[in-house]
Ligand binder design. Structure first.
Ligand code: HEM
Length: 136
């Protein structure tokens, strides 16, 4: 597995753990009220599981598995940029929801996440190609 996929997949697993933990806390808090602030975890629960886990895992596996040119994966810089943009965006959105930061932090976080998707598509687009007889 290439180094970038290791980063993507490990980060995804960390977000899965956090997202499920927050979900479990909110669920428990519904049955036995623990603290009203626990509801503040809802946006981070959603962010961690949809972007941090699902999309990040898809990026990590796609970077590893999409067709290559011999051993080369083409231009890998946009894929690394996607990793940084995605995680930067996630934490901007989450920090904004925890600390009541102004709305522009949410917008900026979402813009970073959108840029991450665009950067990953830039990297992956040429690798989406049909299999040719005799190619590895
Ligand atoms: C990949 C897995 C998951 C995803 C994508 C996900 C996503 C979401 C989303 C989008 C919401 C907001 C729903 C709404 O506002 O109508 C939500 C709410 C919630 N989730 Fe999850 N979730 C996941 C797994 C879990 C797990 C494993 C737990 C519990 C252990 C959990 C507990 C909760 C709770 C308690 C709420 C609040 C429900 C309410 O509004 O009363 N979630 N989740």
């Amino acid at each position: 597995m290439p180094r970038l996929s290791v980063w993507f997949v490990r980060a995804a697993l960390i977000y899965l753990t956090l997202g499920f933990t927050f979900g479990g806390l909110m669920l428990a808090n519904k049955g036995v009220p623990i603290h009203p602030l626990i509801w503040r975890l809802l946006p981070s629960h959603i962010e961690f599981l949809l972007f941090g886990w699902t999309i990040q895992l898809a990026f990590g596996v796609a970077f590893w598995i999409l067709p290559r040119w011999q051993t080369q994966r083409g231009n890998v810089r946009p894929a690394w940029a996607a990793f940084l943009l995605l995680n930067g965006g996630i934490w901007l959105v989450v920090a904004g929801s925890w600390f009541n930061w102004p709305a522009w932090t949410l917008v900026s976080g979402r813009l970073l996440e959108t840029a991450a998707v665009a950067a990953f598509a830039w990297h992956a687009w040429p690798r989406v190609k049909p299999w040719v007889e005799g190619s590895p």
